[in-house]
Design a protein. Structure first.
Length: 152
């Protein structure tokens, strides 16, 4: 049986002008391993260079389908479970019509209905419903460019 592709991709973290929170602050805190083996480790919890766009597209393609099998497949194709719940609300109080990922990427907010099916919080929302927050960026909603112009 062939293993399916992961629902995330690695992005170029060494590109010129791309800063991911690393640099001299870490270098200046390093000490020799024999002085303190724990001090030489990088800061735990920092995850850089992963793009979860394939996960968000996968979840959007499963709207209207049972949540159990969808969750199980997503978990098997991810490095960790947390990004699933960036877009899927765990509780009714967390439901949002859309979720902003990064500076200019927006996705439909999702939830699991009483019948156990994955649903959009606001199915009427589209790329023509939202307005860009600035003129310089290309704003997208579920991977499609906003159709409304910036009205700064």
């Amino acid at each position: 049986m062939r293993r399916k592709e992961p629902l995330y991709r690695k992005v170029n973290t060494t590109a010129h002008g791309v800063h991911h929170g690393s640099g001299p602050d870490y270098r200046s805190r390093r000490v020799k391993a024999q002085e303190s083996p724990l001090a030489a480790r990088m800061v735990a919890g920092k995850r850089r260079g992963l793009d979860y766009t394939p996960l968000f597209r996968f979840l959007l393609s499963r709207v209207g389908q049972p949540w159990g099998p969808t969750l199980k497949e997503a978990q098997s194709r991810l490095d960790r479970e947390a990004p699933i719940f960036w877009i899927v609300a765990r509780f009714p109080s967390e439901e949002k019509p859309y979720v902003r990922m990064g500076e200019s990427s927006f996705y439909s907010g999702l939830y699991v209905d009483d019948g156990g099916l994955l649903q959009k919080v606001d199915p009427t929302l589209s790329e023509s419903s939202l307005e860009p927050t600035c003129r310089c960026c290309t704003h997208t909603f579920n991977g499609k460019r906003f159709t409304r112009a910036y009205k700064g």
